[in-house]
Design a protein. Structure first.
Length: 202
C-alpha cells in the first residue's frame, strides 16, 4: 500500500513539474509574443510617421510645382501662340509683319483700333530643323493683356483664322502642365455631357 501511494505521489510530482515547465514555456512564449507586438507597433508608428512625412513632402512639392507653373503662366499671360503657319512662310517675312497680315486678314477692326501692338516676338523652338515637317510655333507678346484677350475672343467667335488664305490657329500661350490639365478637364467635361445625355434619354 505504501509503495502504491509513493508511486502515485511521484506521478503527481512529475505532472506538477511538467505543468510548471509548460507554464514557463508558455510564459516565455507570451513574453516573446508581447515583445514582438511591441516591435511591430513601433514599426507601424515609424511607418505611419514616415508616410505622414512623405505626404507632407509630396504636398509641399505639389504646392511648389503649382507656384512655379502659375509664375510661368503669369510671365506668358500676354502671349499669343500662332500655330500652323506654313513652313515656307517662316523665312519670307518677319514675325511682326506676318502678324500684321494675320490681323488685317481676320480682324481689320482691331487693327484700326490699334489693338495689335506687339511688344516682343519669338519662334519656338528657336532654331529651325530641316527635318521638321511642320512650321515652328510663333509667340507674340502683346503690349496689353486686354488686347490679347480681345484678339483671342474674336478668333474664338469667328472659329476661322487664316494667313494668306491658309487656316491657322491662335491660342493663349500656357505651360505644358497647364495645357495638359486643361485637356484633362475638357475630357471630364465631355464625359459628363455624354453621361447627362444618356440620363435624359432614359
Amino acid at each position: 500500500m505504501g509503495i502504491k501511494v509513493e508511486a502515485i505521489y511521484k506521478k503527481q510530482e512529475k505532472i506538477r513539474k511538467d505543468i510548471a515547465d509548460k507554464q514557463n514555456i508558455l510564459a516565455a512564449f507570451i513574453s516573446r509574443l508581447e515583445e514582438a507586438e511591441d516591435q511591430i507597433s513601433d514599426l507601424e508608428d515609424k511607418v505611419e510617421k514616415n508616410t505622414h512625412k512623405e505626404q507632407q513632402m509630396e504636398k509641399k512639392f505639389k504646392k511648389q510645382e503649382e507656384s512655379l507653373r502659375e509664375l510661368w503662366d503669369n510671365t506668358k499671360c500676354n502671349n499669343i501662340c500662332i500655330i500652323g503657319v506654313p513652313k515656307r512662310e517662316e523665312s519670307k517675312k518677319g514675325i511682326e509683319e506676318m502678324f500684321e497680315v494675320i490681323m488685317s486678314e481676320n480682324s481689320p477692326k482691331l487693327v484700326k483700333e490699334n489693338v495689335t501692338q506687339v511688344q516682343e516676338t519669338q519662334r519656338v523652338p528657336s532654331e529651325m530643323n530641316p527635318r521638321r515637317l511642320t512650321a515652328r510655333h510663333t509667340i507674340i507678346k502683346m503690349a496689353n493683356i486686354k488686347h490679347k484677350e480681345r484678339i483671342l475672343k474674336e478668333a474664338r467667335e469667328t472659329q476661322k483664322v487664316t494667313y494668306n488664305g491658309a487656316p491657322i490657329r491662335l491660342s493663349a500661350d500656357f505651360s505644358i502642365e497647364t495645357l495638359q490639365a486643361r485637356r484633362e478637364l475638357h475630357k471630364v467635361y465631355k464625359a459628363m455631357q455624354g453621361y447627362q445625355s444618356k440620363l435624359k434619354e432614359k
